[in-house]
Design a protein around this ligand. Structure first.
Ligand code: PLP
Length: 453
């Protein structure tokens, strides 16, 4: 053991009153606030801490979980577990990817829906004025009529269904309620970077599941399951960034592998009604093992901040208990607006039109890229995942043409095999051929890195 590690462990030991997880967390916290352990310090592996402090690995793991939840330490893939520097608020990997110095003529970097394709809120807001004012803390947290409408269109007969403040809120609640420090969680590779940030924030060990055109590779899942997985996080439709929608056969194959395990399936249907694929879930085969989240952000408006989430009774009970320490429930005023939109013909027609328009925009760019020899997979949603020769060179070249795109690296979990950029084609109302020509040229651009190889 190095001298630094020995000093660190001794500092913790001196502050450790009782051999419990809570006391261990307090001891580490005090060592940090006393200035003995500096921000950025890497903590030794759990087994080593357990041996040196005569604790069980389970106690150390539980202590680390408490420290992770309080934001005192962070587990960050290859860098291990480190003490957080609270003086520097850290942008997640996605924010880092989106931080531009430039304003683009055509900004296709954001992954957001086209605001002009969202249904109008005018009718739903007008109806609210006669709907009465919610004055109670004690009403049902979910509007019963909304629950009924959602159940009629849900991909399976779920134990329980609730409303949360968007998909990320639902996923965060589930992760914090169910996962423990050091739990292994499989996630699609590539995937939406905030999902990885969220899992790492609770101390989960992320396992990459490569994707093909039909969804996550079953062989990779079988391999990952050789050591127990606490959860597998999937995007069943219009996967961000690839646009892959899972086929029913693939969903069935994955469910077959997961059946009989204690792995929780967590499905993030963030595309919701903007997807041209039917609602898909492992829930029909694994109803008591699946959490399914459907966001209304892309289909009905990001500022509604609403998603519906179904899951096993015990998981949703844990989520409800956790929420009691925070916001309690999602505003029923907003739920009423969503209910109006889901039951209004004009709003339904607007969402359907948006779905087809997103598919058209995507197809026009993908077809033009294919014609120039740039293959793009996936079929669905507002983003495309474009293989490029050199990510940085492609981004710089497109920026010089006034086109903003997102670098692929923050979306990649395992070792990168091929550079990529993500392009939000859903925001491109016109000029598809011209933009595709620029992307194709950028895809072939070599950077100084590749020239030097
Ligand atoms: C895969 C994925 N999950 C979740 C979200 C966020 O959803 P919400 O706005 O409902 O929190 C997004 C937004 O782009 C997303 O792409």
């Amino acid at each position: 053991m190095t001298k630094v590690r020995a000093e660190l462990l001794s500092a913790i030991e001196q502050r450790l009153a009782h051999p419990t997880a809570r006391d261990l967390a307090h001891a580490v916290g005090r060592a940090i606030s006393d200035g003995v352990v500096a921000p950025g310090t890497k903590l030794p592996p759990i087994r080593e801490v357990a041996t040196e402090l005569a604790l069980s690995p389970t106690t150390v793991s539980a202590g680390w979980a408490l420290l992770t939840r309080s934001g005192t330490i962070r587990t960050d893939g290859r860098r291990g577990t480190t003490v957080v520097d609270r003086s520097e608020p850290r942008a997640g990997r996605y924010r880092q990817a989106l931080e531009h110095q430039t304003h683009f003529r055509t900004d296709l970097s954001t992954g957001v829906p086209d605001a002009t394709l969202l249904p109008s809120l005018t009718g739903a807001l007008a109806a609210l004025t006669t709907a009465g004012t919610p004055g109670s803390y004690l009403d049902e947290p979910v509007l019963p009529e909304l629950r009924e409408v959602l159940r009629a269109d849900w991909p399976y007969d779920a134990d329980e269904l609730t409303i949360v403040d968007g998909a990320m809120d639902g996923l965060d609640l589930v992760a914090r309620s169910v996962l423990r420090f050091g739990d292994r969680v499989a996630i699609e590779d590539p995937c939406f970077p905030p999902l990885v940030d969220l899992l790492e924030a609770v101390g989960a060990q992320v396992v990459a599941l490569p994707l093909d055109g039909d969804g996550p590779d079953p062989d990779a899942l079988a391999e990952a399951l050789r050591t127990p997985l606490a959860a597998v996080v999937l995007q069943p439709r219009a996967q961000n960034p690839t646009g892959v929608s899972m086929g029913h056969g693939r969903a069935d194959a994955l469910a077959g592998l997961l059946e009989g395990t204690s792995t929780l399936v967590v499905e993030d249907d963030s595309a919701g009604a903007t997807s041209i694929s039917p609602p898909t879930s492992l829930g029909p085969r694994l109803p008591h093992q699946t959490v399914h989240v459907r966001s209304f952000s892309k289909s009905h408006g990001p500022d509604l901040r609403l998603a519906a989430m179904s899951g096993p009774n015990d998981v949703l009970a844990a989520v409800a208990a956790r929420r009691q320490n925070g916001q309690g429930w999602s505003s029923r005023l907003l739920q009423r607006i969503l209910l109006s939109l889901l039951t209004d013909d004009a709003a339904g027609a607007a969402v359907a039109a948006a779905r087809h328009e997103y598919a058209r925009r995507r197809r026009l760019v993908v077809d033009a890229l294919a014609a120039t020899g740039v293959p793009v997979g996936g079929t669905d949603g507002i983003n495309i995942w474009v293989p490029v020769h050199d990510e940085s060179a492609a981004i710089v070249r497109l920026a010089s043409q006034g086109i903003g795109v997102t670098p692929g690296a923050p979306f990649t979990i395992g070792p990168p095999v091929q550079d990529h950029i993500r392009v939000t084609t859903g925001l491109l109302a016109e000029g598809h051929a011209e933009v595709a020509a620029q992307i194709a040229a950028a895809a072939q651009t070599s950077g100084w890195r590749s020239r030097g190889r």
